[in-house]
Design a protein around this ligand. Structure first.
Ligand SMILES: *Cc1c(COP(=O)(O)O)cnc(C)c1O
Length: 343
């Protein structure tokens, strides 16, 4: 199978598995797992933050960031196409009683700064308290697009002025850093806190890390325990995360090149439309116009029968994601398959 559904489908390499098997471990709930401690330290250093916390998932990271900052009935401003709004099962409201105040994401992944400014509540006793802003980089649903640093600086200034917490859902922040050829630390500097995923393009089997200042991470550690996310000899997993950070960041460039090659090939196939200037990173979103005998589910079945898996978003759009399990050869096969099905 050529699996382009997501960069979460990567499998740990033999080398990564060896690092996991040899990890020094202890009970992390007592703070005694040397490998987890090391991962948290490396992560915090990379992000330029005081402390880090190893978590089961990015969803847990965003949830804990919200729970650490917001009381029940308060609200968080985020994009209408953000992962936290669309794909985290409403956790912030189910578990925190916190409202998502959504504002439209533009095609470049940003939310207009003036719309954020206008959405922040004032002193009116009828209104909920706005406590926090979340941005996402790379912005997944907008096509894996990278947020400009000038933009995140602007929003950070606004957050500071209005006394709001500023969190980054940086599930794929390393893709953004590699794309901009800048240290990841610079991209996350404007934010109070950041989560990033080890289990996506970086190729680890499990885990995300939440980073921020010491006081915030202390609260976050309690919340993780409350949510049932206290893990014991988790160094087995953290070792994969360390391996991923040390070995699999620079190679993301290769995923971006393959995504570009894929998009270039697919643009020449009839009935396929891909947004100009895309892809920026490792995701290719394609829009299809179908002729009478073909629809999305027929196309998808046809691809599966040729050993190709993609992420069907709706009747018109699909997403193809490159990652460390995909080769140049695979990309060529995929382009040929689309051409022969659609033409
Ligand atoms: C994957 C993802 C997350 C978190 O995902 P988990 O599957 O819970 O690790 C958060 N934000 C974005 C943008 C994502 O793509």
């Amino acid at each position: 199978m050529i699996d382009l559904r997501s960069d979460t489908v990567t499998l740990p390499s033999d080398e990564m598995r060896r690092a996991m098997a040899n990890a020094e471990v202890g009970d992390d709930v007592y703070g005694e797992d040397a490998t987890v401690n090391q991962l948290e330290k490396i992560s915090a250093d990379r992000m330029g933050k005081e402390a880090g916390l190893f978590l089961t998932s990015g969803t847990m990271g965003n949830l804990i960031a919200v729970l650490a900052n917001c009381q029940r009935g308060e609200e968080v401003i985020m994009g209408s196409l953000s992962h936290t709004f669309l794909h985290e099962v409403g956790g912030i409201s189910a578990l925190g009683g916190v409202m998502a105040h959504t504002l439209p994401n533009q095609v470049d992944g940003t939310i207009k700064t003036e719309e954020i400014a206008n959405a922040i509540r004032g002193e009116d006793i009828h209104e909920p308290v706005t406590r926090m802003i979340i941005l996402e980089n790379t912005q997944n649903r907008c096509g894996g697009v990278v947020l400009p640093i000038e933009y995140t600086d602007q929003v950070a200034a606004l957050a500071k002025e209005r006394n709001l917490k500023f969190h980054l859902d940086g599930a794929r922040i390393f893709n953004a850093a590699v794309k901009l050829n800048l240290p990841v630390e610079e991209l996350v500097k404007p934010f109070d806190s950041v989560t990033f995923c080890l289990s996506k393009g970086l190729g680890a089997p499990v885990g995300s890390v939440l980073c921020g200042n010491r006081e915030f991470i202390y609260k976050a550690r309690r919340l993780r325990k409350q949510l049932g996310g206290g893990m014991r000899q988790a160094g087995i997993l953290a070792a994969a995360g360390i391996f991923a950070l040390e070995r699999n960041v620079d190679r993301l460039e290769h995923d971006h090149i393959l995504a570009s090659t894929l998009a270039q090939g697919l643009r020449s196939v009839q009935h396929i439309w891909i947004k100009d200037g895309s892809p920026q990173t490792n995701m290719v979103f394609i829009d299809l116009t179908f002729h009478s005998h073909l629809n999305m589910s027929v196309l998808n079945q046809n691809l599966i029968s040729r050993g190709i898996k993609v992420d069907v978003i709706n009747n018109q759009t699909m997403r193809l994601v490159t990652h460390l399990g995909i080769t140049e050869d695979d990309i060529e096969k995929v382009i040929i398959a689309f051409r022969s099905i659609l033409e």
